[in-house]
Design a protein around this ligand. Structure first.
Ligand SMILES: *[C@@H]1O[C@H](CO)[C@@H](O)[C@H](O)[C@H]1NC(C)=O
Ligand SMILES: *[C@@H]1O[C@H](CO)[C@@H](O)[C@H](O)[C@H]1NC(C)=O
Ligand SMILES: *[C@@H]1O[C@H](CO)[C@@H](O)[C@H](O)[C@H]1NC(C)=O
Ligand SMILES: *[C@@H]1O[C@H](CO)[C@@H](O)[C@H](O)[C@H]1NC(C)=O
Ligand SMILES: *[C@@H]1O[C@H](CO)[C@@H](O)[C@H](O)[C@H]1NC(C)=O
Ligand SMILES: *[C@@H]1O[C@H](CO)[C@@H](O)[C@H](O)[C@H]1NC(C)=O
Ligand SMILES: *[C@@H]1O[C@H](CO)[C@@H](O)[C@H](O)[C@H]1NC(C)=O
Ligand SMILES: *[C@@H]1O[C@H](CO)[C@@H](O)[C@H](O)[C@H]1NC(C)=O
Ligand SMILES: *[C@@H]1O[C@H](CO)[C@@H](O)[C@H](O)[C@H]1NC(C)=O
Length: 552
């Protein structure tokens, strides 16, 4: 290795070759499970997003007349609905669509004549999401792992009764919120004595409304405050929500009420079941709630939710039968891939609701800092399958445009050549960063250190084919008070081609094992920092070089 002039470079290459490589089949890459690029901020100015939105509207219109889309049957025209796609970076809608079915014709004063984005619908089980949000905003994870018997004295008495099959002392608040409690699907406290559990706590997710009613009582016990006040003080007031409540709005003219209040179940009072299914809201307010949760993931929002807590909350807690579905508290998590992004899963954190004439969904996609809400009503057809069909269409039509927007924004912000200032050609240190529609992350296209072609040397030393260094955002940013610049932290992977190796499940893409796996001094070989000024990268630091390279 005559090319290796510095001892450090030699050390580095050895460490890297032993510890850092990610196994990848063929030409694929093995990204970290982070967004591939920093989430895009200017979706509305992107031509791709505009065309995708147009295509989405055309497909919805097609479904309204034919009942069919390329994804399957979508008999939409008896359903009245409102759709809003939002981003955490703007209050403007990324996309909206409203439709009032000709079959919807309320009597004067007995319901809104036409839907709007702020029309009120029952949001049913989306209440569960609002309940957990209320709990977290009041108490964080303080009592999450405490047994429910600490808070509901009646259950403690039951727990002492040896003949009860439900092990109440083993059920925690977190189990109740994550649908891992084994509590029956529907039950009342008085009847719960004689009922069998569905599973032992922690076994598998099994949907339960009763679990959420218990959670409600526990929350009241913890805070000494009644649930409606908690809901009002931690969500409705700080977010300034005008169309969200636990009780039916006094003015029926704000609501979408098919046939009448009774048949649609508009005015059916669930009592203490409000915590699992009672709430009313609008597509607009759900978007405000969703946007605040997304904002909490990286900075402060109007909600009392720390970023760390929010990031823990948006994680799966159990699997389901489907590879594509996991369960959180109470997130219904769906996982999908884009054709141009192999080995990369995009997670959708959602909650659906369905009660009487109503069906709704709120969904968050942290990969792009976006989300969407759909409120819908129909009678006698249950609108839930239409809501899910619309959600499928939104993801199918808009995701490729969001992917492209993220890539192009990252390209505009970071792509280019970075060089040590004043260096001459024989002692040059420089890197070239690019992005690619088919390759994830920021690509390190060239990396020369003190005149040594680092990438080439690494490939020669290791004997690996198709070596590629790619950078992924960590979400860590550092701002200096009083300065307009900020430092944005990335971690890299070292991908190479392993076509010859085992294609079994254990040998699959496992990049997370190697993060920070190789260090020189106290610096991870995979750590990169960019300095941004006015949203544009001005310098790059592959931290092991201990040099700042200026963007040309
Ligand atoms: C409603 O959709 C059905 C197909 O689902 C179609 O046959 C019918 O013509 C549509 N009605 C209107 C008014 O577009
Ligand atoms: C905010 O949340 C923390 C726990 O995460 C809690 O201790 C505090 O009391 C909450 N503040 C309010 C106003 O509810
Ligand atoms: C204990 O449970 C059994 C069976 O459900 C019931 O018959 C009995 O009354 C319970 N005892 C107490 C003290 O609650
Ligand atoms: C909470 O429950 C405990 C018993 O488990 C009880 O002693 C306490 O008074 C309750 N607190 C409130 C505020 O209801
Ligand atoms: C509620 O209404 C007020 C007054 O019209 C408005 O300023 C506020 O933005 C609304 N809240 C939301 C969440 O849209
Ligand atoms: C009820 O709501 C409708 C629609 O928002 C509004 O026009 C009407 O003034 C409201 N009526 C009352 C009594 O507030
Ligand atoms: C609601 O509509 C149903 C079915 O059309 C009817 O039987 C019932 O009397 C109506 N209820 C009210 C309160 O108008
Ligand atoms: C990325 O930016 C570079 C230089 O700034 C430019 O040459 C290249 O065409 C851009 N690539 C894409 C995919 O936009
Ligand atoms: C360029 O690098 C060579 C070799 O290290 C050195 O001799 C020369 O002085 C450098 N020239 C300048 C202008 O820095």
């Amino acid at each position: 290795m005559l090319l290796l002039r510095s001892v450090r470079a030699h050390q580095l290459l050895q460490l890297v070759s032993f510890l850092l490589f990610t196994l990848v089949y063929g030409e694929d890459s093995c990204p970290l499970q982070t967004p591939l690029y920093p989430p895009p901020r200017n979706l509305l100015s992107r031509q791709d997003v505009k065309s995708a939105s147009k295509s989405l509207s055309q497909t919805i219109e097609e479904a309204l007349t034919t009942g069919i889309t390329d994804l399957g049957s979508l008999p939409l025209n008896t359903t009245t609905f409102a759709v809003k796609v939002f981003s955490s970076h703007t209050e403007d809608s990324i996309y909206e669509y409203i439709y009032t079915s000709p079959t919807y014709s309320p009597k004067p004063g007995a319901g809104a004549e036409k839907t709007a984005l702020d029309s009120v619908y029952r949001v049913a089980s989306i209440s569960k999401l609002i309940t957990v949000l209320t709990l977290l905003a009041h108490d964080g994870y303080t009592h999450w792992n405490h047994p429910i018997t600490d808070f509901i004295p009646e259950l403690d008495i039951l727990a002492r009764n040896q003949s009860s099959r439900l092990q109440w002392r083993e059920v925690t608040l977190g189990d109740l919120a994550a649908q891992l409690s084994g509590v029956p699907h529907d039950s009342f406290l008085s009847g719960i004595v004689s009922e069998d559990p569905t599973f032992a706590p922690g076994t598998t997710a099994a949907y339960s409304n009763a679990a959420y009613q218990l959670l409600r009582y526990a929350m009241e016990n913890i805070t000494g405050t009644d649930f409606p006040s908690m809901f009002q003080n931690s969500i409705v007031k700080p977010l300034n929500l005008n169309s969200t409540s636990l009780l039916a709005p006094g003015n029926a003219s704000v609501g979408i009420i098919p046939v009448n209040e009774t048949v649609s179940v508009w005015d059916f009072d669930l009592g203490d079941g409000d915590a699992f299914g009672g709430a009313y809201s609008s597509a607009h307010d759900l978007a405000v709630i969703g946007r605040s949760i997304l904002q909490s993931l990286s900075r402060s929002s109007a909600l009392n939710l720390s970023s760390t807590l929010a990031r823990h909350w948006l994680k799966p807690l159990s699997h389901t039968t489907s590879f594509k579905t996991s369960v959180g508290a109470p997130w219904e998590i769906f996982r999908y891939e884009l054709p141009n992004r192999p080995n990369h899963v995009i997670d959708v954190y959602s909650k659906s609701g369905n009660l009487g004439a109503y069906a709704d969904i709120i969904a968050l996609i942290p990969e792009y800092d976006i989300g969407f809400s759909i409120t819908a009503a129909d009678l006698p057809t249950n609108p839930l399958t239409n809501v899910w069909g619309l959600a499928d269409l939104i993801i199918d039509r808009l995701s490729p445009a969001f992917d492209k927007a993220a890539q192009q924004e990252a390209n505009a912000t970071y792509a280019g050549t970075y060089k040590v200032q004043g260096a001459n050609s024989t002692t040059d240190s420089y890197v070239a960063i690019t992005t690619d529609h088919y390759k994830p992350g920021l690509q390190v296209a060239e990396w020369v250190s003190n005149g040594v072609d680092f990438l080439q040397s690494l490939a020669a030393l290791s004997g690996f084919e198709g070596l590629a260094v790619r950078l992924y955002p960590t979400g860590i940013e550092e701002t200096v008070p009083g300065e307009s610049s900020k430092r944005v932290f990335f971690r890299s992977t070292f991908d190479y081609d392993t076509s010859g190796q085992s294609k079994g499940v254990i040998s699959a893409c496992q990049s997370w094992l190697n993060v920070d796996g190789s260090r020189i001094g106290n610096i991870g070989v995979d750590e990169w920092v960019f300095t941004l000024e006015n949203g544009q990268a001005s310098s790059a630091e592959p931290r092991i070089l201990r040099k700042r390279l200026r963007r040309l």
